[in-house]
Design a protein around this ligand. Sequence first.
Ligand SMILES: Nc1ncnc2c1ncn2[C@@H]1O[C@H](COP(=O)(O)OP(=O)(O)O)[C@@H](O)[C@H]1O
Ligand SMILES: Cc1cn([C@H]2C[C@H](O)[C@@H](COP(=O)(O)O)O2)c(=O)[nH]c1=O
Length: 216
Amino acid sequence: MPELVFFSGTMDCGKSTLALQIEHNRSARGLQGVIFTRNDRAGEGKLSSRLGLVTDAVEVADGQDLYAYLVDRLSQGGRADYVIADEAQFLVPEQIDQLARVVDDLGLDVYAFGITTDFRTKLFPGSQRLVELADRIEVLQVEALCWCGARATHNARTVGGAMVVEGAQVVVGDVNQSADEVGYEVLCRRHHRRRMTAATARAAALSPDVLPVSST
Ligand SMILES: Nc1ncnc2c1ncn2[C@@H]1O[C@H](COP(=O)(O)OP(=O)(O)O)[C@@H](O)[C@H]1O
Ligand SMILES: Cc1cn([C@H]2C[C@H](O)[C@@H](COP(=O)(O)O)O2)c(=O)[nH]c1=O
């Protein structure tokens, strides 16, 4: 049975790498996939992983009907044996419904990859719809880690290393950004709640307030 699978996790946990591996393994066996993406850091029409691999993809436009795209392609004699959708959190709920229809009406497997929640721990609308509709939700096996060593479960947005909680839901960016840039850091829930990033934890550890008091 074809499936809609949602591979979810924090930023930097290997989602795009897995998408590229699925693509590689299927195309190595002569299958031809359609790869959708939106707002990849590598630029328009690209699916990229931090391991350095990148492939061409169809950049999803505002309001684009993904089901109609596949029907058009197939009716013009094109091939589509499966579908990959990376950065699926940036798709609108209607586009997730269209992907579910691709599974049910066209009989294609759809593999969607994305972060579930934003920097304020709120669901992205596209990810919410995937949770509602997916046949299966897979959490990536490679754990991204918080600075404290615990499994990272949440995404923080940072400016100069400090966590911010105000701003637009969508700001394309990366982890490990330089101090003055808007960036992201993955944290465990405890440290996300306390707004404690690696930089603020380091600063707190160095603060005279918490230095051990000498008995002499
Ligand atoms: N230099 C490196 N050596 C080995 N693994 C790396 C390196 N850089 C990144 N990675 C791996 O790549 C993962 C990020 O992969 P990526 O597919 O870009 O993540 P996502 O799409 O989930 O944001 C990291 O969690 C890490 O496991
Ligand atoms: C938390 C959060 C992230 N984003 C952006 C930042 C990146 O461009 C992507 C995630 O990409 P990745 O391959 O999973 O690292 O999403 C955002 O726009 N808003 C957020 O709250």
